[in-house]
Design a protein around this ligand. Structure first.
Ligand SMILES: CC(C)(COP(=O)(O)OP(=O)(O)OC[C@H]1O[C@@H](n2cnc3c(N)ncnc32)[C@H](O)[C@@H]1OP(=O)(O)O)[C@@H](O)C(=O)NCCC(=O)NCCS
Length: 147
């Protein structure tokens, strides 16, 4: 059976591979190996494993007092419902742990991701000009849970 687990450092190469497949032309999103190892150590990266235990997707998020922030979510193959499963998992995690808001920033050109977030109940709350280092802009999106 497929499952969602907290990832350990054994998955670092798979994470970097999925990141590379998705963001090779978008340096805005790239996270270094060292940075990933650090956030894995802090227990901030969850992964979706196939029934053969292969990593198919991951989500990197940070926990604040009342908020969860999604930094990166990526799947090896899109449109198979895997991203949706991971998102459902994080939303339930947020609800069960009494977080109030899940938020994220997304590149304004990343229409697929923006639609994915819309479909999962997120709303755009702000346009942030020059958000990324190279001057690209972002939308901040949020989902209210536990009101
Ligand atoms: C954005 C991203 C994480 C979404 O994940 P995904 O696995 O493609 O998303 P899903 O498959 O769950 O949902 C997308 C659509 O696939 C279709 N879908 C869902 N389940 C499906 C299934 N079992 N079979 C076939 N299609 C399905 C639906 O049309 C769904 O749209 P809906 O929400 O209107 O139902 C993924 O596309 C991705 O990795 N993109 C590149 C990385 C990126 O840009 N990340 C965001 C910035 S950090």
């Amino acid at each position: 059976m497929s499952e969602i687990i907290l990832l350990n450092r054994n998955y670092i190469d798979d994470i970097l591979y999925i990141q590379q497949v998705n963001f090779k032309d978008s340096e805005d999103y790239l996270i270094s190996k060292e940075a990933f190892l650090e956030v894995i150590f802090k227990k901030q990266v969850y992964g979706y494993l196939s029934k053969e235990k292969k990593l198919l997707a991951f989500i990197f998020m940070k926990k604040y007092d009342e908020k969860l922030r999604i930094y990166q979510i990526a799947t090896i193959k899109t449109n198979q419902g895997i991203g949706g499963e991971l998102m459902k998992f994080i939303i339930n995690f947020g609800i069960n742990n009494r977080y109030k808001i899940i938020f994220l920033e997304v590149h304004t050109y990343n229409i697929r991701a923006i639609n994915f977030y819309f479909n999962n109940g997120f709303k755009i709350i702000e346009y942030i000009k020059n958000y990324y280092k190279n001057g690209n802009s972002a939308y901040q999106m949020k989902l209210e849970i536990n009101r």
